[in-house]
Ligand binder design. Structure first.
Ligand SMILES: Cc1ncc(COP(=O)(O)O)c(C=O)c1O
Length: 399
């Protein structure tokens, strides 16, 4: 307290100086509707045969929704496995009490990380004999079998055994006594492309390659191994991609990666991005707004200053291209989106006040703004929009 320059005379000992319990809805926040996630999983599962399992992909903090909340509701909806990207994501779920099998979809390659994975009951994705050996040694050391999934590359050129060497390598892997191969999978690069059902598409070629490999390694005799290939798009394309399990992210969150999705599914977005109006001002005609002065008012304009910006994960290149919703009405965002704030033209509205809540993503009445629309306007994909939201935005569960 000695060097304090401000608020002189105030008794900092008498009052709690650094108050932590700020209202999460004080500035900008994400509301997550768990029930929507649960319902989406149930609806998606109606597309699967009874024996086909549903892995909820909850990496990147559940696509920005909060991995724990997503996991709990996805499990309620019938998900039997979870997929994360990193060791840390998996450990966080285990520490929060999640009991279902968890597959780490990213690559662990050091002995240390693989031991940590083993001790936390997380299954690694294995893409090489070297990694298999490490896992086998870990299993041997603890006197048990280390559960893992093998990945084979069929055209993504990311992780996975090389497909033309896999048959031979698989024979060797089967001889390792202290690993348990729980799954064998591959990943599709282009299942959300319009031509995915065309027999010559990358997606179909990848599936054919995968099928050939399965035939060559004669998996019938090892049918405890779960075969999986489909992401959301492939799962929705048709049942040829389902095998024993599907790994579903985007559509579970309520967004279809393909345009011609079965409309009866009626997936429901679970995420609502909301923000408070922090300030209101009226500017004359011909006045510039925000950095660079790219927007100049064409008339006397009432502006709401919203407490959200690109440091929260709203892409700056959406400046001047999006609307926000208040009371079932759209209002255009104007001027450059700044790090922490953005301006909205609310001319004509008497109902919006300082402290009013506005909706950036989600539905209000018959008005909807979707991450798919933001993605199109900012020349990216909805996955990136969802994963960009920062921790500065509290996640609030709504019922
Ligand atoms: C290996 C793997 N499987 C499944 C998914 C889920 O994909 P989607 O969100 O398209 O359903 C992802 C996501 O990127 C992934 O990396």
């Amino acid at each position: 307290m000695q060097n304090r320059q401000t608020n002189q005379g105030f008794n900092f000992h008498k009052y709690p100086t650094f108050q932590q319990n700020i209202d999460p809805k004080q500035r900008a926040w994400i509301e997550v509707k768990g029930k929507a996630l649960e319902t989406n999983v149930r609806k998606l599962r109606t597309k699967l045969s009874k024996n086909c399992q549903f892995m909820a992909v909850v990496k990147a903090d559940g696509y920005g929704h909060d991995a724990k909340v997503v996991s709990d509701y996805a499990i309620k909806g019938g998900a039997s496995q979870l997929g994360v990207a990193t060791l840390k994501e998996g450990i966080k779920l285990r520490c929060s009490g999640v009991k279902k099998p968890i597959l780490i979809l990213g690559n662990l390659y050091t002995k240390r990380d693989l031991i940590i994975s083993f001790k936390n009951d997380l299954m690694p994705t294995i893409s090489s004999i070297r990694e298999c050996l490490i896992c086998n040694n870990i299993g041997k050391h603890f006197g048990v079998k280390f559960s893992l999934h093998l990945k084979v590359d069929t055209g993504m050129s990311r992780l996975g055994f090389e497909s033309n060497k896999f048959v031979q390598q698989f024979e060797k892997i089967k001889s390792f006594e202290n690993i348990s191969i729980e799954g064998l999978y591959s990943h599709l690069s282009s299942a959300d492309e319009d031509n995915a059902l065309n027999p010559k598409s990358i997606t179909q070629l990848q599936r054919q390659k995968f099928d050939e490999l399965l035939k060559q390694i004669n998996l019938d005799r090892n049918n405890e191994i779960k075969i999986h290939l489909a992401n959301s798009a492939a799962m929705l394309l048709n049942s040829d991609f389902h095998y024993h399990m599907v790994r579903v992210g985007l559509s579970m969150y309520g967004y279809s990666p393909i345009a011609n999705i079965d409309k009866n599914l009626l997936l429901e977005p679970a995420l609502f991005l909301k923000v408070k109006v922090a300030f209101i001002r009226t500017i004359d005609q011909g006045v510039s707004v925000s950095y660079g002065g790219n927007f100049v008012s064409s008339r006397k304009t009432k502006l709401a200053v919203l407490s959200i910006g690109y440091a929260d994960g709203v892409p700056r290149n959406l400046s001047g291209k999006i609307n926000v919703i208040h009371n079932n009405k759209f209002y255009p965002q104007v001027g450059s989106i700044t790090m922490d704030q953005m301006m909205v033209d609310i001319t004509g509205s008497n109902e919006i006040r300082i402290g009013s809540t506005m909706l950036l993503l989600g539905s209000d009445g018959d008005k909807t703004i979707s991450p798919l629309e933001w993605a199109r306007k900012s020349n990216t994909i909805p996955w990136e929009i969802l994963c960009s939201f920062k921790n500065r935005l509290p996640r609030v569960q709504v019922h």
